[in-house]
Design a protein around this ligand. Structure first.
Ligand SMILES: *Cc1c(COP(=O)(O)O)cnc(C)c1O
Length: 370
């Protein structure tokens, strides 16, 4: 993990959104597989304004690194979690009056003020209150003791490719925000933009943005024009490497790996890799998968197994066991991106990242690694 790249990416996002808007850095799912504690420490040093997490365990992990940073829980709190969310000062996402009442009661019991973010469901049909019910809920939140409406937010469902729908979502959200403000509330945090939203939708009256993928230096797949600062300065922070554990020659006519899906047509020099699907390298990458050895693309042969893969070394100069192999990242003049690996497996960069298992040690370079 290149911490300097992460730091630069946050700066790049700041440049994109302007000095008056705040950044909620999304660090759910172990900071997209990069390691939550390390990334949280770096983001604290780099001056994120808030963290976005999926659950209370992630919030606690951030607080174990440093106290005082605002944390917004993007998931809903279970009834059994409400007391501890209040105790730990985690901002909950509210979608309903029921949740608002739980938090109010817990706030009163603990003699605390709870800062809440109300989510408006403008088209994702996941968390959030329907736009037509939002104002009544805003009113209830104002009246319930112990609650402070700190934020209003929504989430785009198709910012990558459906500009019209995103625009409708934004208009619907804007109407709620405007109406709420007219009733006298002043939520400080008004936010909607995930990474794809940031690249394609005007930020308008939002006071904050909520990027995940961009922070880690990756672009969502989009047909939209990428803003030049993003295109020129975003850097992937993650490289994924393993080693050759054995190099050997196979004779002509033998089959390779489980299921015997491949047969050698001539003698073939192959290497055995120290990574497999047990490390999160998706087995479905199948026949399209390549890795880098000595800066050259080398094909994965036969099925990917749990702990090992077999790679065709016929394109590279003789190498020995111990040689570094790049699964994702740069080596010499060649690069394999997370997005490319996602394409091979028919999935999205987010899944590739969060699928890398804990067997793979995370190594931190640059920055002030915690
Ligand atoms: C995950 C998430 C984000 C960040 O999404 P990216 O596409 O990775 O930028 C933002 N908001 C919410 C509510 C999320 O769940």
């Amino acid at each position: 993990m290149d911490l300097d790249a992460l730091r630069a990416n946050l700066q790049c996002i700041r440049q994109l959104v302007g000095p008056t808007r705040r950044v909620i850095t999304v660090v759910k799912a172990d900071a997209y597989g990069h390691g939550l504690r390390q990334i949280a420490a770096l983001m604290m040093q780099s001056g994120t304004d808030m963290f976005g997490v999926a659950n209370l365990a992630e919030a606690a992990a951030i607080q174990s690194v440093g106290l005082g940073w605002p944390i917004l829980m993007l998931g809903a709190c279970l009834p059994a979690e409400v007391e501890s969310a209040v105790r730990d000062d985690v901002r909950p996402t509210l979608s309903s009056l029921t949740e608002a009442k739980w938090f109010s009661q817990a706030a009163v019991r603990q003699r605390r003020q709870v800062r809440v973010h109300l989510k408006i469901d403008t088209g994702m049909s996941r968390l959030g209150v329907a736009p037509e019910d939002a104002l009544a809920l805003v009113q209830s939140i104002r009246e319930l003791p112990g609650l402070e409406l700190e934020g209003l937010y929504t989430h785009f469902a198709a910012a990558e490719n459906d500009v019209r729908f995103s625009k409708r979502q934004q208009q619907s959200f804007d109407r709620v925000v405007q109406a709420a403000i007219e009733t006298g509330v002043r939520p400080e945090w008004i936010h909607a933009h995930n990474s794809a939203g940031l690249l394609s939708q005007p930020i308008g009256r939002c006071t904050a943005v909520r990027p995940g993928l961009l922070v880690y230096g990756l672009l969502p797949t989009t047909h939209r024009r990428i803003p030049p600062i993003v295109r020129d300065s975003l850097q992937p922070a993650l490289a994924w490497k393993c080693r050759l554990s054995l190099v050997k020659s196979l004779p002509k006519g033998v089959t390779i790996s489980y299921g015997r899906t491949l047969r050698t047509k001539q003698p073939l020099r192959v290497g055995i890799l120290t990574a497999g699907y047990g490390d999160g390298y998706l087995r479905s990458a199948g026949e399209r998968a390549c890795v880098l050895v000595q800066g050259r693309r080398c094909r994965i042969l036969g099925r990917i197994t749990m702990d090992q893969m077999i790679v065709d070394l016929s394109a590279v100069a003789p190498v020995t066991s111990g040689e570094e192999v790049v699964l994702v990242g740069r080596q010499g003049d060649e690069t394999i991106t997370i997005t490319e690996l996602a394409d091979w497996t028919g999935t999205i960069p987010w899944e590739v990242l969060t699928n890398i298992t804990h067997r793979v040690p995370r190594v931190y370079l640059g920055g002030h690694a915690a």
